[in-house]
Design a protein around this ligand. Structure first.
Ligand code: GCU
Length: 657
């Protein structure tokens, strides 16, 4: 008998899989052909829906069986994720040659609702564009004294770890796996990229706990990965070195990895943050990052595992007086010379922008510059710099812009992410999963864009709204989510300059918070102007890391897009943008507008009382109060700062402090 569909603990939000989403399937007669763990999961889904809505499900009926409305048929065992979908002669048929494909096909039918059972539809092939669609959880097992349990987590504690160990009751982890499968995610890394002492042990003596989590996620086609410390041979193995070319180090990793696969046969592999923000790495031994990555790739290779090696390597102890060092350049400068040196099961995981998940950054020039290396692109669903899941900031349009960016004028980022698309997860043990109930849209959208990077994000948003809320409040929800990223951009750091956040926790404004710090995140505002000169002619040369046409477009303030202007150029406050406004007037106008837009969104949300679930609504009301307070604080600090620096009054005479 298949395991039942995971039960949500009392009070936990069903997110995009409320019972009603299964009404169309649950009122039909379904035949399921095939066997295996994931087919069992599909069966359990349909069985539960039928029990609720009065339909029927049969497994493996022979010829002569009564007619069915829906047939889910597994025609092979090749492990692929594709499926075909056809509607003919009043019957809907999903076929797949791998179990995961069958499960994804069922969720496709669920998304279509009644449309899956009306009219005729010629055969369609559905296959994920990217083989790896992954969430990295920055979860600690032990609560970290500064970062708490989930680093940059805004949704409560960890879904996986509690009281210093893996949860005994993994029912909610099963439910999480189900939600992820329903939007197309197939891999999860279960611990923070900053691997602290307790978490280092997950690799060895505590692998059983990871295996338990892997067991809970497996029925929904999700493979488990682990963040490991590059110093593990020393920390765990007692060796005097972690030198990647040392024979004893290589043997240690081979042995440790073999034991991991004894416990977790389908283990996905390792995630490594090395020589980055104080984490150990190969530089200590005079070795390259390719040497480091290949060490772990070799250990994983016999089992089909992958190492995800992060490219987030830069000098975090920079001198702010030094104008020649540019953090934005770092990943490209470190990694491009290594192109072609990485093993085939080593994936270089690159943040989508050259800095660090700001509301607006150009696409990292590393993407496209390493044709002989498998790259994964990393985005951040967890809204570290975009409102921390207290502000509504739907990131679909931003991610879509990144994925559809043509690095050389032709090739899209989405097609270059051969190693997959990865997001820092925004989920935790919060009853709404993501703090703000509307932040669920980011998680869902990420999964759908990872499946199809060129998908229209607005269509994905509509889909999420329909599944999660039904059709009633759709217009209002679209209104508050659609432009929320641009709204957030308006009231925070202007024109791509980034940061201006409170140091440490990164919430709320502090214009000079990082200006004289070692982190390499400066805006250089003075009485005359603002921005970072990253041109090749007079600046740090970062613009020259791009292929044509972008190196030319970004090189000059005349051609640089307005929204990136201060990322690439230092300009005077009276510089006139393509929009026709001066920089200073743009700053004032956008900050007033941003707050007005939050006020309007809040009104819309308030007006939805009675149309959406009261608990969700109440949480949203509370969050909107905070967003509005915070947006006003941003507006007033940014506007006052630039008014005081520049002395230029607002053309509209509005109040600036
Ligand atoms: C950011 C974030 C850190 C995180 C780091 C990373 O700098 O603030 O908490 O560890 O990114 O991506 O490794």
């Amino acid at each position: 008998m298949p395991l039942p569909v995971p039960a949500l603990p009392e009070g936990v939000d069903p997110a995009w899989l409320p019972p009603d989403a299964f009404r169309a399937v649950g009122t039909r007669r379904t035949l399921i052909r095939g066997s295996g763990l994931l087919v069992d999961s599909a069966h359990a889904e349909v069985a539960e829906a039928c029990a609720r809505f009065g339909g029927r499900v049969v497994r493996d009926a022979g010829p002569g069986a009564p007619p069915y409305d829906l047939v889910l048929e597994l025609r092979g065992t090749d492990g692929t994720e594709a499926f075909t979908y056809v509607r003919e002669g009043g019957r809907t048929t999903v076929t797949a040659s791998g179990q995961a494909g069958l499960l994804y096909g069922l969720f496709h039918v669920v998304r279509l609702g009644e449309d899956a059972f009306t009219g005729e539809r010629p055969q369609e092939e559905h296959r994920p564009a990217l083989a790896l669609r992954m969430l990295d959880h920055w979860d600690n097992v032990a609560v970290h004294p500064v970062m708490g349990q989930v680093e940059r987590g805004y949704a409560g504690g960890s879904l996986f770890w509690q009281d210093g160990r893996a949860r005994g009751d993994l029912e909610r982890v099963r439910a999480y796996g189900r939600l992820l499968a329903a939007c197309g995610i197939n891999a999860v890394a279960v611990n923070n990229v900053n691997v602290h002492d307790t978490e280092a042990h997950l690799l060895t003596d505590r692998i059983g706990e990871v295996a338990a989590i892997a067991g809970a996620l497996r029925p929904y086609g999700i493979r488990t990965h682990l963040s490991v410390s590059f110093a593990a041979p020393m920390v765990l193995g007692g060796l005097p070195t972690a030198d990647p070319l040392d024979a004893s180090v290589r043997a240690w990793w081979a042995g440790a990895t073999a034991r991991v696969y004894e416990d977790i046969e389908d283990f996905g592999g390792y995630v490594v943050k090395a020589d980055s923000e104080g984490q150990p790495g190969p530089f200590a031994y005079g070795r390259s990052h390719a040497d480091g990555a290949n060490l772990l790739a070799a250990a994983l290779e016999p089992y089909g595992g992958t190492v995800h090696w992060r490219a987030f390597v830069y000098d975090h102890r920079q001198d702010w007086r030094d104008r020649t060092t540019d953090r934005a350049r770092a990943a490209y400068d470190h990694f491009v010379p290594l192109d072609g040196e990485f093993a085939s099961n080593a994936v270089l995981q690159v943040k989508h922008g050259p800095m660090d998940f700001q509301v607006r950054e150009p696409v990292s020039p590393l993407i496209g510059a390493m044709p002989r290396t498998r790259l994964a692109v990393e985005v951040q669903a967890s809204q570290e710099y975009t409102g921390q899941q207290r502000h509504v900031c739907w990131l679909g349009p931003m991610w879509s812009e990144v994925l559809r960016f043509r690095v050389d004028g032709e090739t899209e980022v989405g097609s270059l992410a051969r190693g997959g698309l990865v997001a820092v997860s925004n989920a935790g043990d919060d009853p709404f999963w993501t703090g703000h109930p509307l932040a669920q849209a980011n998680l869902y959208t990420f999964g759908r864009l990872a499946w199809r990077p060129d998908a229209d994000p607005d269509g994905v948003l509509d889909e999420w709204i329909r599944l999660t809320f039904g059709t009633g409040p759709a217009t209002g929800l679209r209104a508050v989510l659609d432009g929320s990223w641009r709204t957030y951009e308006k009231y925070t750091a202007p024109l791509g300059v980034g940061f201006m956040v409170q140091p440490g926790h990164h919430y709320g404004p502090s214009v000079d918070g990082y200006e004289y710090s070692p982190w390499g995140t400066y805006h250089f505002a003075d009485r005359d102007g603002v921005g970072v000169d990253r041109s090749a002619a007079t600046g740090t040369g970062f613009a020259a890391q791009y292929a044509k046409p972008w190196c030319e477009v970004y090189e000059s303030p005349d051609t640089c897009p307005d929204e990136q202007l201060l990322f690439f150029h230092h300009v005077s406050y009276d510089h006139v943008l393509h929009s026709g406004k001066t920089v200073i007037q743009h700053i004032y106008d956008t900050h007033f507008e941003g707050v007005e837009e939050v006020e309007e969104a809040r009104e819309v949300w308030v007006s939805l009382a009675g149309v959406i679930d009261p608990a969700r609504h109440a949480r949203g009301v509370e969050r909107y109060e905070e967003q509005l307070r915070s947006a006003r604080e941003w507006r007033d600090q940014i506007n006052s700062y630039f008014f005081r620096k520049s002395g230029v009054p607002d053309a509209q005479g509005r109040r600036i402090y």
